[in-house]
Design a binder for this molecule. Structure first.
Ligand SMILES: *Cc1c(COP(=O)(O)O)cnc(C)c1O
Length: 383
């Protein structure tokens, strides 16, 4: 049975070159040692691999190597950014949006409640405008004297819409609030430069860009005002911000993935865009389909649509040969309509019928044409 993977926003396969490098950092013959072992050459070699990787991953986002803190993924990076910054305060205000990933929303809900550490923070959840975008103007209006942190995503995982982070950083110029950006969906899809964007903190991970799952990083701008308190204690690794033995194989895999992305970012963007547009043109021709993703301010590999006149769940179940998702994978355990599509103003029925297609490096024109043929066939049967 032909199966086509169109769910690159959920995760990507690991590039063969990445898997190869990882395999060289596991066994006795390989570079397997603990990078924190200071008393022998094995340890020094592992440390060197980790530090070279740090330089590579830093380059991917225009950072310096000393600004990269390894984590287990973007979920942990988001937790570290929000809890780690707010731990420096007893109270205050946070700005985020209602269309963030659950790793942000659940962490914000956690800091809203008072705890032994603080009184609970006020959180403003910005709603996307009619185009599905969060704007600098909205941030400006929500900003308070006691705003400690603004946390907004670069690319939305469900619809792919891109937030103008640079414009938001300009609004924050001269204000003490720090700017955090969840860019887990952005790396490998867009060119990213933390300095140009003006962010203080950025979450990224490897598994959305052809690297392994379970490894990510938090960019922490090196400046006295950017203070992040550790959330995982034990040994003081990563400049005291995140303890734990570094996973050399994961880290070198992340770096190799970053190297591959950087070597051909324009080509990757063009490849994704062409296939995504081919898919959209085919779907549009079928009629009765609404594009939920923004037409221009959107990641090149994302396409979120709603089909009218069919039940979303049934449609998805009928398209068994296509790996696609309703809403995001992280929420696929729940059958509630997508909170992102609802925030965009879609009625329950259309929010329920939302389907996310996401293409990637290994997607071919034949995959798209197969998907279109399948959708045509299934819609004809269901409508
Ligand atoms: C995938 C994703 C995450 C979670 O990243 P993990 O590395 O899987 O923990 C966070 N935010 C966004 C926007 C994502 O797409």
């Amino acid at each position: 049975m032909n199966l086509v993977y169109l769910d690159y926003a959920a995760t990507t396969p690991v590039a063969a070159e990445v898997a190869q490098v990882m395999a060289q950092h596991l066994t006795l013959e390989g570079n397997f040692a603990n990078p924190a072992s200071r008393s022998h050459r094995f340890g020094w070699q592992a440390e060197e691999a980790v530090e070279n990787a740090r330089i590579q991953v830093a380059k991917l986002i225009g950072a310096s190597n000393r600004e990269i803190v390894w984590t287990s993924g973007a979920t942990e990076s988001n937790n570290l950014a929000i809890k780690g910054v707010l731990e420096g305060f007893e109270s205050g205000h946070v700005i985020t949006s209602s269309i963030e990933h659950k790793a942000i929303l659940d962490t914000c809900a956690y800091v809203q409640a008072s705890s032994s550490k603080h009184d609970g923070f006020d959180v403003t959840y910005l709603e996307p405008d009619e185009e599905g975008l969060i704007t600098a103007q909205q941030v400006q209006q929500a900003l308070r004297a006691d705003t400690r942190l603004v946390s907004l995503m670069l690319v939305n995982n469900e619809i792919g819409n891109v937030t103008d982070i640079k414009a938001i950083s300009k609004v924050l110029a001269g204000h003490d609030a720090l700017l955090h950006c969840d860019a887990a969906q952005g790396t490998g899809k867009l060119a990213i430069d933390v300095v140009d964007m003006g962010v203080d903190l950025m979450s990224i991970c490897a598994h959305k860009m052809y690297g392994p799952k379970g490894i990510g990083a938090l960019y922490v701008r090196k400046a006295p005002e950017v203070r992040v308190h550790q959330q995982i204690h034990g040994g003081g690794h990563e400049r005291g911000m995140r303890s734990g033995t570094l996973a050399t194989h994961q880290i070198v895999g992340f770096a190799k993935a970053a190297e591959l992305v950087m070597a051909n970012i324009d080509g990757e963007i063009e490849h994704n865009r062409q296939l995504r547009d081919r898919l959209w043109q085919g779907l549009e021709a079928l009629g009765g389909v609404q594009r939920n993703s923004h037409v221009t301010q959107c990641s090149p590999n994302h396409l979120n649509v709603s089909f009218s006149g069919v039940d979303g769940e049934i449609l998805l179940a009928s398209l068994a040969q296509l790996a696609i998702s309703s809403g995001s994978a992280c929420n696929s355990a729940s059958v509630a309509p997508s909170y992102v599509l609802k925030a965009l103003g879609l009625a329950d029925e259309m929010a329920h019928a939302g389907i996310r297609f996401s293409v990637g490096r290994y997607t071919t024109e034949a995959d798209i044409d197969f998907a279109l043929a399948e959708i045509t066939r299934v819609l004809a049967a269901l409508r």
